[in-house]
Design a protein around this ligand. Sequence first.
Ligand code: MCN
Length: 790
Amino acid sequence: MTDPAQQEQIIGKRRIRREDPKLLSGENRFADDLVVPGALHLVVVRSPHAHARIQRIDVNAAKSMPGVVGVFTGKDLESEWAGPMPCAWPVTAEMKNPAHYPLAVEYVHYAGEGVVAVVARSQVEAVDAAGAVIVDYEELPPVLELEEAVNDTTLAHEELESNTSFVWALEPNPDAVDAAFRDAAVTVSERFVQQRLIPAAMEPRAMVVVPSPMGGDYTVYSSTQIPHVLRVMLALTAGISETKLRVIAPSVGGGFGSKLDVYAEELLCLALARRMRQPVRFTEERGEGTMATIHGRGQVQHIELAANADGKVTAVRVKLLADMGAYLQLVTPGVPLLGAFLYHGVYDVGAYSFTCTGLFTNKTPTDAYRGAGRPEATYAIERAMDSLARRLELDPAEIRRRNFIAAEKFPYQSVAGLVFDSGSYHANLEKALDNAGYLDLRREQEQRRAAGNPRRLGIGVSCYVEMCGLAPSRVLASLNYGAGGWEAATVRILPTSKVQVVTGTAPHGQGHETSWSMIVADKLGISPDDVEVLHSDTAIAPYGMDTYGSRSLSVGGTAVYLATERVIEKAMKIAAHQMEVAEEDLEYVGASFRVKGSPEQQLPLAAIAFEAFTAHNLPDGLEPNLEASISWDPPNFTFPNGTHIAVVEVDEETGHVQLVRYIAVDDCGNQINPLIVEGQVHGGITQGVAQALYEEALYDSSGQLLNASLADYLVPSACEMPSFELDSTVTPSPTNPLGVKGVGEAGTIGSAPAVINAVVDALSDLGVTDCPMPATPERVYQLIKQASSK
Ligand code: MCN
């Protein structure tokens, strides 16, 4: 333990991640690295068609291939399932949810859907045998575009009467919205497309299910973000007692939401391990993962603003078409709802209306992808605010100033029904403008225009607020979400005074081991090196809600903090007993209990820890051991916010967009570890820039994914990014005792609109008002050509 005299504050310090040495040296074990003797290999034969009826499946040749242990169709496995694959977010009572099983039985509904499971002794043999499976299909017309899907001229699911899964509306004051539009001095109406994105985590999905030798118990290793949720869902879907399932997420190489799901292959491995009483494993190929792992985004957005002549927005009206893809995965329908409350952004608007139609298409199912609903909302409002500024010939910064929710209005009751915890939106903007040298940039833009410089300068501003830290279970219930939003933690001080923390969060790149050890060490006055953090194994951490929605710190970190407090309370009782003083007369300072006003009378925590273990002299009625467990359900979400500014150069001759500077000011409340916060913002911004400039899942007219490999799907690297210029404001959240807000998605939420606003800004003097994402050179070149020919 640290010498009390040297005790320093740990929270708020830039501490290098303890996770990294193992990651950098290759010591970590990912699911595919696990050596499991005798494990069989699963390969899935997938539909090449977007929509078809399965006419005939011939597995005879495959069955006789070397090394093959079994070949199974959807029909063969029907008896394995207690029910279809789960969707935990039925957003309306009427929501249509076509049955989704791990293998298709009669029809296939997207290219990449599993049809046959081949199990062999080696991966190579399984792949070879999969090639020998013959499936005859009768092709059916696919539904691919949302604006076609909504007309129901072709159906994505033959058993449904329409392509609409649900219509969800948030219309707190429809008359006020109508009145605002009727009385508006100016209105803006925009249509934006959120292209589909492929999550492309660095580690593809992988899993291995190991049955106990006598059968009946199963250990599931999976590259999942949600070991706890997965265990519940596997138990329910495969009809196995939850007590017989242990789910372990070993090292997980990123997920970005795509591993917040229950996948067909997890169920197949479990069912086949049960059937064959042998371990079964599956690792997806990259090309198959781009089709069989969920996609993100996929929306057509209509947003309208009503404003007075000064540019004060009086109403926001939004109509969304949201692409569910072929099936509802774990939280697919809820993704647009996570944005539904935020389309008015950081602005104090009088009236609000939002409607979303969730539609089936014959494409890969969509689901949560970094930001999930909130990047989409921010994009729509921030692009529309720029349109309004252009209409009124106001600077983009000025239109925002005129509309911000003022700092003194927090906690702010939003028109959409949320209570924003804290923020200082003006301060964010002014700091970002200062850091950018905004006025100088505008002057340079003018100079380049005047000189006819073909490298046009564009400056894009985007301000965001998001709701994260999912969160109060009762609020989630009101949205029909199928789970709670609490988080569990146990803190135990071992006899030698080393500390073990058990958390219900499931980090996969976010550095929880570092952050949680800092929270505990700061509170206990010890070194973070004396704190071990255990997670992602349901046998060690039986309760948890896992990691997504930038919830882990504000919910899980807070649970860790509160459990530490409880441990100190218990230790205080033991210390008071030992020192024969009243608890009220003691204080805890620098890892010691000492008598107030007489600090030489003290007992170190280490001594109390040993006393708690021997239990030789504890107060009457006090249980041995120094341990506390807590499940914490926060009273509200947290609302991170910020201003991002992108500076781009658009080459008039080639249409190439170069991001030359990126300035961000983020408010995630108090920061536990600013180094991790920066890392999160770096990754987040890169993902948003990727949507703005590079990434898009492209389909042909028959529903084939055209860019299914990373050679064609452009995931940017550090080489494409400038050095980010990061700064922050801090308005502590009153929602939790740490005063923290989430940061894991903030960068992604703020960045795409900043970049596209910059691209449009660069071309605005030509009359360009919109640029679809991604702003590829070809697209931008065409925009310039069309504008110049007018
Ligand atoms: N943090 C902090 N101070 C704050 C806020 C956060 O020090 N005020 C630290 C936390 O202690 C934690 C990290 O930042 O170490 C992220 O915390 P939080 O914002 O609570 O987010 P989560 O841990 O819940 O992570 C989820 C979030 C999401 S939703 C996606 S998607 C995402 C992301 O995190 N996917 C990631 N970041 C990712 N990073 C990596 N490397 N890989 C992914 O797949």
